[in-house]
Each structure stands twice: as structure tokens, then as C-alpha cells.
Design a protein around this ligand. Sequence first.
Ligand SMILES: [Zn+2]
Length: 416
Amino acid sequence: MPETPIEAIERKLLERIDILASISSDFDGITRIFLSKEMDTAAKLIKLWMNNAGLVANVDPLQNVIGSWPSENAKAPAIHLGSHYDTVINAGRFDGILGLLLSIAAIEVLQTEGYTPKHYINVLGFCDEEGVRYHTTFLGSSFLCGTFDLEALDKVDEQGISMREALKARGYDAEKIEATKPIILPGDLFIEAHIEQGPALEALDLPLAVVSGIAAQTRLEVKVTGKAGHAGTTPPKLRQDALTAAAEMILEVEKTLKSEESLRATVGHIKISPNASNAIPGQAVFSIDLRYPNYDGLQTTKASLMKALKAIANQREVGIVIDCVQETGSSECDPFIQETMCHSLSKFQEGAPTLLSGAGHDTLKIAQTCHTGMMFIRCRDGLSHHPDEYTSPQDIRAALKAWVEIIRSLDQELDS
Ligand SMILES: [Zn+2]
């Protein structure tokens, strides 16, 4: 049996995921970092695929790829869809890329069906979501929203190359960044499809979910100061062991984690000194990653955890300094978009679960400008940011069907 046009689009989508996975600065894994030559190669291909899907495509002054559906009758507000095409170091092949390629494929399906959109539709490929090179996330999406911080141009990477210099080296004009008008405007809609990066959909035995929002997140650094001493000569009474104090504090973090279903609390990094087998640790520095569905709840949890850690320090007679290293507020997905997505998903699977995203996404940034929504796609073992990241072709086909339906429904139901 010859391939139908829709089957051909599905096949191309799967092939494109593999092609982009082969564009990497290291041979073993997948690594595509902002303003690298690999990103340029990927941008050219994405632009070509957008053109093939019937979109008018270009690469903007920051390396975002934008594909617009030209239509004389299309009205504002616009509908934007997409995700990022940069990666972490040694990444998997689906994070970001799947959402972007799925959006291009969905447009191709709609164009093949002869669909005429009521609104402007743009497919967006964001150049830097992961923030690997300049340790600043959401550069691509903030630029398209008009909220890009121009001071970021003077940030330098680990080689001492400023963003301004890196742009120039790739043939971009940093001056154009200031003059470029935003594409994502208040009142517009933005939707993103993304692998779940968690195990909930596997547990539910379903391929797709609607995202209710993105959790607020804070990162703390806790420095515990005791007194270094000889392991053989210092009796218990004279010890101020920074590591045993930190250990008790880490168990307190775990107690916090278990205190509420929707809370996430993790200690993922610890450094001690002197870090020698015959010495009592004089200092321990560890991280705490706290996430909660809303910002106020996060603040309450943070305050009570800090109080508990200080009490432990007090009781063990060690010093404690807690610094907040990073903090982002939560974002709620738009109720109208969530409802439309639930309705669309229910047509293709048994129910439409709603999940909160514990991971940050471009959607979090874009939610500060316009209405947003997200769809999650199941990934094996919830694994992400790893070469073994995997989403099955069946789930990708299911995601494409649902995504086409979601775009069409939003376009039909959104008031102009
Ligand atoms: Zn991602």
C-alpha cells in the first residue's frame, strides 16, 4: 500500500528527530549550545523544513527560527507554537526538539488538509532555553517577547567570549537585537508540546497530558561551618563536625519533601572540607532545590525549612549561612487553552490527565507576556537530559494527531 500524505508527514517527523540528533559538537552524545556552528546547521535545516511545510521562515538576529503561516484573512491575536532546539551537554534527542518538529509537522498536516486559519500562526524554534553557555535561561523566548535583557550581551562564556562576540562570529549583528520588534504580544496564545521529563504518564499508561502550570522554584546554598580537627585525637564533646550537622539538615529536607504531596525538595550537591579520611570536616556546603505549585506556598515552605535548619545549627553549635541562589515564580496555564487541550486529547485517548510541570520551560517565560498552554508527551522512565531519553514512535504519532486537533480547535474557538 502506498504511503498516505499523513503517513509521509509522520515518517518525516521521525526522520528529522534523528537528523537533528546527528548535529552535535561531540560524537558520543548530543550537544548543541547557543551560537555554535551546530546550532547554525540545525537552524538552516529547521528553516528548510518550515518552508517545506508551507511556512515563510527566517532566522532572527539571536538565532531563533520563525516560521509564519501567511494568510491574507488571518486576524490578531496570533497563535504561536514551538519549543527550543538547543540542548544541554550530552542530551537526549527529544527534549525541546520534539515540540518544535511536532509543530512543523502539524502545520504540514493542516496545510495538506487544505485548512485556512482564522489567526496568524507562527512556529517558533527557540535558540537558548537551557542556558548552558551563558548561564541565563530562556534567552530565545524572552527575545521574541521583547523582554530580552540587553545587558546579557556582555555576559561571557567559560572561554571568555562575550555574547556580542559570539553573535558576530556567527555572522549576526548584535545592533539588530535592540531594533527588533517582539513577535509574541499580550493577548496572543502560545502553546508548547514537550516530553514530560517525569514518570507520571508512564504510571497512568497514557501517552499525553495537559499541563496545568509550572511550579515555582528556588535554589538555596547552605554553608555550615564547624571546626576542623584530628580524627584520632578530638573527643566527642570537643567536636564541631560540619558534616554530621549537614547530614541532620539534609534529613530535615527529606522530612519537608515527605510533608506534602505537591512539594519537591532535593539536596543534589555537597562539598566538604578538608575532605580527608582522617579529618573532622570543618565546613560543609550543600544545595537545596525546592519546588512548589505556587510562589506563596514556596515561600512559606522555604521559611519554615530555613528555621528548622537554623535550629539544628544552633543545637549542634555550628555556624550556618543560607543564600538564595535562584528563584522563579510559578505560572498557570490559561484555563481556556487547558480546556481546549483536554477536549482534544480525550478524542484520542482514555481521558486527559492534568499534570503540573516541575521543570521550567519557555512557556514559563512567555506566560509573563501572553496566554500559554502545554501538552506533555510520555517518555520512557521519565528520563531526560540523558542520551537514553526515549519517546516511542506510537506516542509521537498520537501527539501529532492531538496537536493538529488542538491547533485547529484553538484557531476556531479563539475570539478575534
Ligand atoms: Zn526542554
